[in-house]
Design a binder for this molecule. Structure first.
Ligand code: G6P
Length: 368
């Protein structure tokens, strides 16, 4: 097949901008837009009702999608989730119960460690499911159940649209599991599905922040270290934000759970280190506010990504605030991914690195 950049300078830019469309496409596999209900494949080789624990494993960005899904499966389906990086999981000889299901997340479906983790679980008699973008891949072939993402070919080495499509599929599956397990009512399901259906619209709105982010990236391109903070589902996104930035701009970045600030990273804070805080005005927003105050008290420069209510309620003066519309909490990690990706992208462009083919990295890591 032939894939081109269209009107974009890089594949990464094109893939960031494609997200409203491919997310909508992916969602159509998991929800019925007319009835507002979720749907699971008919031939699913396990029943969520009988699952005692979900074991999730993946690498890189796909791992962060899995980590976000842990919050959803536990909240919506009251299903305990164990998640680990595939390279650790495959060797730690984790005890697996016949009542467990294992789930692998992979864009390429060829990542060596993820595949090895899948084979380990299969060998232990588990039912294995996979959220995969490339349907002809080894992981898709070897899994008992495949949950496709319909992101289309992703060329940029740094994953963007595959990530949000993974999140889309995982959110819908978690809601479906919650419904099957009797943890969500029909009304809950409809409310959540309505929220999921609104993702593309909010993403399109988030993309409009690009000129502001492009300007901000000029400042970011001059720093040596960046810290990303978030709580709840904004925590995996903080990890993903740091990964995106270091992958393509080569600026050192770390993501932390905001509550861990006091346990180490606070020692690094001074006027030279920007702190990117991902904080929609959700039920734990107040907790993140106190972390921002700790950063501000030490002269740290805060770049806050929030919504109008959050922007009003910080009690600190951020260096910059990126304001997204108010939205249902469940979909925030998908929409907030956009400014995170744009910031990494424009910072790298401003530095002049090879955005689509960053040094030392491969799109698909097929050797250990
Ligand atoms: C590489 C890529 C990442 C990707 C990771 C996992 O590191 O550069 O973008 O997240 O592999 O790849 P997978 O294909 O399994 O999602």
């Amino acid at each position: 097949f032939l894939v081109d950049k269209g009107n974009h300078r890089h594949f990464m830019a094109k893939e960031i901008h494609e997200q409203p469309e491919v997310v909508s496409h992916t969602l159509s596999r998991y929800v019925d837009f007319t009835t507002g209900r979720t749907r699971l494949p008919d031939d699913l080789p396990f029943d969520f009702r009988g699952v005692r624990r979900l074991v999730i494993s993946a690498c890189g960005t796909a791992y962060y999608a899995g980590l976000t899904a842990k919050y959803w499966f536990e909240r919506f389906a009251r299903l305990p989730v164990d998640i680990d990086i595939a390279s650790e999981f495959r060797y730690r000889e984790a005890p697996l119960d016949p009542g467990d299901v294992s789930l692998f997340v992979s864009q390429s479906g060829e990542t060596a460690d993820t595949l090895a983790a899948l084979r380990y679980c299969k060998g232990a008699g588990q039912k294995v499911a996979a959220v995969v973008n490339v349907q002809e891949s080894t992981i898709a072939r070897e899994a008992d159940a495949v949950f496709p993402t319909l992101a289309g070919p992703e060329i940029g080495v740094a994953s963007t649209k595959a990530f949000t499509c993974q999140l889309t599929a995982l959110a819908a599956i978690a809601v479906a599991a919650g419904r099957v397990r009797g943890e969500l009512s029909e009304a809950d399901e409809e409310r959540l599905v309505t929220a999921l259906m609104e993702i593309p619209r909010y993403m399109a709105e988030a993309l409009k922040r690009e000129p502001q982010i492009e300007k901000l990236a000029k400042t970011l391109s001059k720093v040596e270290h960046v810290l990303y903070l978030g709580r709840g589902t904004s925590f995996p996104l903080a990890l993903e934000g740091a990964l995106k930035l270091k992958e393509i701009s080569y600026i050192h970045a770390e993501g932390y759970a905001a509550g861990e600030l006091k346990h180490g990273p606070i020692a690094l804070i001074d006027e030279t280190m920007p702190v990117i805080v991902i904080a929609p005005h959700d039920r734990i927003f107040e907790k993140t506010v106190s972390n921002m105050q700790e950063v501000a008290a030490r002269g740290g420069r805060i770049i806050l990504i929030t919504d109008p209510k959050g922007a009003e309620a910080t009690g600190v003066e951020p260096f910059e605030t990126i304001v997204l519309p108010e939205m249902p909490a469940t979909i925030a990690p998908l929409v907030y991914a956009i400014p995170i990706q744009l910031l990494a992208y424009h910072t790298a462009v401003s530095i002049g690195t090879d955005v689509d083919q960053p040094r030392n990295l491969a799109k698909s890591v097929t050797v250990e």
